[in-house]
Write a new protein. Sequence first.
Length: 66
Amino acid sequence: MAAFRESDHSSLALLAKTQKQAARLHAALAVKVIDARLLDDGSTGFSNGIIVCFRHLARGWSLTVW
């Protein structure tokens, strides 16, 4: 997270295999007071910052792997 915050990137995607795993990751980040947005099948928009989703929703994204 520190490397992302210090970088010039405006978005960071954290991908999980399943929606359930993505929800657990999002909850764990919230406990650590890390502001992240959870994308799911019902999400209607995309924003900058830290995004948590499952791999099915990430199809077609242009990703840079760190």
